[in-house]
Ligand binder design. Sequence first.
Ligand SMILES: Nc1nc2c(c(=O)[nH]1)N[C@H]1C(S)=C(S)[C@@H](COP(=O)(O)O)O[C@H]1N2
Ligand SMILES: [Mo]
Length: 530
Amino acid sequence: MTRNWKRGLLLGALSGELAAAVSLAAAELVAIAVGPQASPVTAIGGTAIDATPVEVKNWAIRHFGTSDKLVLQLGIVATLALFAAVVGVIAVRNRPAGVIGVALFGVVGAVAAVRRPVGVGSDAFPSLVGAVAGAAVLWLLAGLVRGRARPAADGAEDGAEDPGEPAGAFDRRGFLIAASAAAAFSAVGGTVGRRLNSTNAAAVASRDAVRLPAPLSAAGRVPAGADLRIPGMMPFTTPNASFYRVDTALTVPQVNADTWRLRIHGKGVTKPLEFTYQDLLRRPLIERDITLTCVSNEVGGPYVGNARWIGVPLAELLKEAGVRPPSAGGPADQLVARSVDGMQLGSPVETVLDGRDAMLAVGMNGEPLPFTHGFPVRMLVPGLYGYVSACKWLTDLELTTFADYDAYWVRRSWSPQAPIKTSSRIDTPRPFASLKAGPVPVAGVAWAQHRGVDRVEVRIDGGEWVATRPAAEDTADTWRQWSHVWDAKPGSHRIEVRATDRTGSTQTEDRKGTVPDGSTGWHSVVVTVE
Ligand SMILES: Nc1nc2c(c(=O)[nH]1)N[C@H]1C(S)=C(S)[C@@H](COP(=O)(O)O)O[C@H]1N2
Ligand SMILES: [Mo]
């Protein structure tokens, strides 16, 4: 390899990276004006999330948990970096070909942004402007790497060495200045752009200004005995900061409550309605403890949490709009909730109107909903998995039918309807714990939202099932802790748990994965006793 050749490769790759960085930074800066959803990083990431097959998504959630989105973003950046290096190397040989490469990237970003569920034509701008900026930088840097063409008679040292390279001298100083400028621009522009695109000052101010009214119907105090406070267990009420988060949003939508609107419309709606956030706050509010669970929760998994919510009874809003349940002749059997980021979740109208505390929640554990949990308004239906009920950043409720419309997750092999399955989990001892022989507290939690947990049993090494001591029940819509004192003997032991709900049905031993409508099977923990 000649010196020139190597130099072309290294400086070409570097030029490609710098052009890509400038392009992304410029796009972020333009997205400040156009809207954060138009950033190519966000748009391509969102497209990748939506296109990810359900098996891969579950695998990612299992291995990376809530950092799955970070891993995805790193993957996108790594792919882009590779592409940029190749385009840079090409550009040193052939500048127009390099520019075509950058343009290609711009088109991918623009198409991804426009084709997002909430995409509009102007969302193409950041990617296109970014591509122009990137192409200009690449043109400049690649030119400097090639060097200015000189007359052959000049006897250029570099050009003479390699007849395959254009005759010219590498403008080291010029390249250094241009490269540093590109690096500085992309670092500052990228940081500022990313920061501004992930915080919406008006939305933050609108949330800070919220004073939640006292609910007309308050939740009772949580019974003292509901929270066993055994070391290793989650508290009965999950603090907002540790409440699990599952959604497809690469950047958390920050919605301004002052301009937010909710529409109710569709089949069987005799009076379409529209509400502002203040309209909802002025209505009679209810406060309820509700345990939310994700359908992607594996047996023994962490995607379940319990909070005290304040909200507007959803059934009353629907009745005002003229909606009747299918059992009373209503033409719509599906309520599709849409969020500001284009997510759609479908719930059975019959269930929403059957008297349970389905609500449009505005408060969570004494504060306005956190942005991550759906500010300003999210839906909740006790007893249904999150993906068929708990739409965050809600903005539209449409009455339709299951026959006519498949919501987001249903198009990705999940079941259209999904009541939460009766489940139980051992929280202590931890798997593979080493314990001292003698009395050992075994404890955990069980849930069967809207049916209620009747009893929880454990067994050791496949022996007889023994009743545990259930904690006091808060409501049928909340989880229930349980505990048992086990007289542990030396050796390796397997502890298993199963719950029975108030309809009398006991968890099946049959192990099933999360797709299509939630996992089944008994949670078990293996421990060593010395
Ligand atoms: N807009 C929107 N709402 C959504 C989702 C989403 O991806 N986007 N995910 C749903 C799923 S699958 C679950 S389990 C719950 C999780 O709510 P949480 O993040 O507040 O715990 O939100 C639901 N609401
Ligand atoms: Mo979920």
